[in-house]
Design a protein around this ligand. Structure first.
Ligand code: C5P
Length: 232
């Protein structure tokens, strides 16, 4: 299983993103493009970062009827993304359709992972807004199993859930985990955080790290520290 640090490039345009990545002279970090950057810079930002030699996690969290998701995934696959994602709440049929759409003519495809429940959703909003009475952990594990049964490669989850997801869905089922902070660092709006080293011990396969790297005085040094602590 490949383990890596993915930098969340949460910038509002291509220029800032490319200037930030130009700081890295000796390495080509794995990067995450989220909705903000994709909606402002468009599909060209994916092609540009791929041409520059980066691996790209396209974090667009699709959720629609199976046919629409299938066709949209075919477009994203054509951009050359390495990992894409969707909401497991879209059902097993939607996830299966997504996989079909992603598979290229030569049989290759990006990895496909599912968001189970957003970390911004708590037990109370699960019950009140979504009318789901089961405990959060049971819901998350059920959605992870749905993703696995649809043939997906893994889930986005908290590092604190990574061990349980592996226990339920298998060691090869990938866990991609945001919510990582250096010991003593600013938490920002993240609540349940772990250090890169704890994420490794808990079994995360990929950690997604934004502000601890992008807002650091020396982003390259922060990235290297993160790699060192996570890879051990
Ligand atoms: O700056 P920070 O390290 O908090 O960035 C974390 C990244 O991971 C952001 O792009 C955020 O949108 C994303 N993310 C998250 N929690 C989730 C899903 C995605 O923090 N449950």
């Amino acid at each position: 299983m490949a383990k890596d640090v993915i930098i969340a490039c949460d910038f509002d345009g291509a220029k800032k993103t490319l200037e930030f990545l130009d700081l890295f002279k000796d390495e080509k970090p794995f990067v995450k493009i989220g909705m903000e950057l994709f909606y402002s810079a468009g599909p060209d930002i994916v092609r540009e970062l791929k041409n520059r030699g980066h691996k790209v996690f396209l974090d667009l969290k699709l959720h629609d009827i199976p046919n629409t998701v299938k066709k949209s995934m075919a477009v994203l696959s054509g951009l050359g993304a390495d990992i894409v994602n969707l909401h497991a709440a879209g059902t097993v049929n939607m996830m299966k359709a997504a996989l079909e759409g992603l598979t290229r003519a030569d049989g290759t495809r990006p990895l496909l992972i599912a968001v189970t429940q957003l970390t911004s959703t708590d037990g109370e909003s699960l019950r009140r807004d979504l009318l789901i009475d089961k405990p959060m952990e049971e819901v998350v594990m059920h959605y992870a199993l749905n993703a696995k049964s649809a043939g997906l490669d893994g889930v986005v989850c908290s590092p604190l859930e990574a061990g349980k997801v592996h226990a339920v869905c298998g060691e090869d089922f990938i866990t991609v985990t945001p919510g990582v902070r250096f010991a003593g660092g600013e938490k920002g709006d993240q609540k349940r955080v772990t250090t890169p080293e704890q994420a490794r011990i808990l079994g995360s396969d990929y950690i997604v790290v934004g502000r601890p790297i992008t807002a650091a005085d020396d982003p390259v040094a922060a990235y290297e520290r993160c790699l060192k602590e996570f890879l051990g």
